[in-house]
Design a protein around this ligand. Structure first.
Ligand SMILES: [Zn+2]
Length: 256
């Protein structure tokens, strides 16, 4: 199993390299397959030997070989994160259809989080594609069903819309965005309605911790809104891996 996890990690690094392309190009409405990667400053095509995940970044010390332009640390970070999460899914679910199913969700969450961080937007087409995948591939996943996926997606979107409208009625302002409803529809399709609730709870908890830390280190900028997508993603991934245990522990505590 160790060697399979290692293989998954290395494959994940390369998939992460592709996710970087998606994060960079989807907000611009560009194709993610053509043209091949090039430096955004000088336009020089990236050579295959300079396109090895993480390693090339370290060897080039984070700069373009041809013009010396700084390359964002986001590139190796996304590659490493994708590698680790791919390994996690394969270690947990084995070489199964479930692993693939949950990796589709994972890759969607990675791309959507980084796009949300950079642009404060959640791409609709990408979310729509992920939603359809979550619904229709649910037939092939053990302990999941199409019915559960449809209900989970409706519940995920519905609960966010309810929060948005309630907040608006009482404050006249928009708190969360409709993009968050799209993200939670996808999460609900893949994970079901119970983990939608858990995801929201964990996302709020992690978001609050983050907000408090920002205030403590005095970096808070009041006028700058913090995108909630990354927190929803963290909540969804925690729910995927620890959700069953957490729900069981919680219901056990209630004596149900
Ligand atoms: Zn360059």
């Amino acid at each position: 199993m160790g060697i399979i996890c290692l293989g998954a990690f290395i494959l994940g690094l390369f998939i992460g390299s592709f996710l970087n392309v998606c994060i960079y190009r989807i907000p611009k409405g560009e194709s993610v397959v053509w043209p091949p990667s090039h430096c955004p400053k000088c336009g020089e095509k990236i050579k295959p030997y300079d396109n090895i995940p993480v390693i090339s970044y370290l060897l080039l010390r984070g700069r373009c070989r041809s013009c010396g332009e700084r390359i964002s640390y986001q590139y190796p970070a996304v590659e490493l994160l994708t590698g680790l999460l791919t390994a996690a899914a394969v270690c947990r679910f084995g070489l199964t259809f479930s692993a693939l199913y949950y990796l589709i969700l994972t890759y969607y969450l990675i791309v959507v989080s980084f796009i949300d961080l950079k642009t404060m937007e959640v791409p609709v087409r990408l979310s729509y594609g992920a939603l359809l995948s979550g619904l229709f591939l649910s037939f092939f996943v053990p302990n999941h069903s199409f019915k559960e996926a449809v209900f989970g997606a409706s519940f995920g979107a519905g609960i966010i819309l309810f929060i948005i409208e309630t907040y608006y009625v009482f404050t006249g302002k928009e708190g969360m965005g409709y993009g968050d409803a799209n993200i939670m529809a996808v999460v609900g399709a893949f994970l079901g309605w119970k983990k939608v609730l858990l995801t929201l709870f964990l996302a709020s908890f992690v978001g609050a911790l983050f907000g408090i830390s920002l205030i403590l280190i005095n970096k808070e900028k009041r006028e700058k809104a913090i995108p909630f997508g990354p927190f929803l993603s963290i909540g969804a991934l925690l729910s995927l891996y620890f959700g069953d245990a957490l729900i069981k522990w919680y219901l056990g505590g209630l004596g149900i």
